[in-house]
Design a protein around this ligand. Sequence first.
Ligand code: FUB
Length: 346
Amino acid sequence: MPEKSIDHIDFDDLNKRAISKPLVSHIYTADPSAHVFKGKIYIYPSHDIDAGEAFDDLGSHFAMEDYHVLSMDSIGSETIDNGVALHVDDVPWAKQQMWAPDAHEKEGFYYLFFPAKDYDDIFRIGVAKSTSPTGPFTPQPNAIKGSFSIDPAVFKDDDDSYYMYFGGLWGGQLQRWRTGSFNSEQPESPTAFIPEENESALLPFVAKMSDDLLEFSEQPKEIEIVDENGDLLLSGDTERRFFEAAWMHKHKGKYYFSYSTGDTHFICYAIGDNPYGPFTYSGRILNPVVGWTSHHSVCNIDGKDYLFYHDSSLSKGVTHLRSVKVSEITYRPDGTIVTLEPYREK
Ligand code: FUB
C-alpha cells in the first residue's frame, strides 16, 4: 500500500477547513486515549518522532521511544504536556516502537498499558503503574502473560470489571497469531497470513483483566464483528473490517466497539449488548484524515461524547508525525453516530 499522495493538498487551506486544531503543536502526538480522572481530562497519546526510518507497510517509520501525558481542565482550555511519563529504556522487556497506549485508574493507582516490540521483534503489551495520572510510571518487569499484537484499549464496565481490547494487522502482527503461536516466516511481508478476500476477516481480541490490572484473568477471546445479517465481515470488505485501533465505550446501555479500517482509513463502529460481543457493524464515526493512519478514542465529558483523533495536517502530511485533536460526536435517536467529516467543504 503506497503512502497516500499529498502533492495536491494546500495545507494552509486544509487547516482553515479543519473542524478542530491540534491540541499541542510543540511535539507530535497520535493515537489519543482520553479519560476523565477525578474531574480532569487526561490524554494518553503516542509521542511521534522522526527517527529517520523510511515509510513501509510494517510501520517501521513509527519508531517512538517514550510517552507524554497531556491534560486539560475542560474541552477548549489549554492543553498541558506533563513531560516524559515512561521511556522505552526503562522497560526491561521492550526493545522499540512504543505504539498506541491507553491508561486507567483503580483504587488510587494509575496504569499505563502499552505495546512495544520485545527483543525477539514480537509485539507484546505491557503495564506500568503510578500514583499519578501523569506518571512517571514504573513498568512491570515482563509483558502481560499471553499478550500479543498492538493497540490496547482498557474499558471499565459499570460493574467495575476491566477489559482489554487489542490487535492490529500488518505491522501490528495479528495475522501472525492465527494458529495460536507466533509465525515468524516471511518477516518482511506485512500481508503474509492475511485471510483470502472471501474468508472471514481477522478479529480483534478481548480479555478481562485481573483485579490488580497487571495481567489477563482469562485467555483472550476473539470478538465477532458481523453485518446486518449476522454474518462475519469478510477479509475483502476492507471499508468495514477491523484493522487496528480498538476502543470501547457505552451509550444508553449499548456497547460501542470502534476501530480503524487501516488501509481504507475510516473509523467505524459496531454495536453489541455485552463487552464480548458479537458487535453489529453500524457505520462510520470519522471519514479519512490527512495521513495514512487513523486512531481515536471516545470519552464522555460533562454528558457529551467527544472523539479524540489525530491527523498529519500540522506536519503537512508526514504520516508518522501526527497531532491529536478533539471534536464532539452526536447520536441519532436510533443510536447511530453522525459521521464526522474532518475538513469542511471548500
Ligand atoms: O502509532 C503507531 C500505530 O499507528 C498505532 O499503533 C496504530 O493504531 C496506528 O495509529
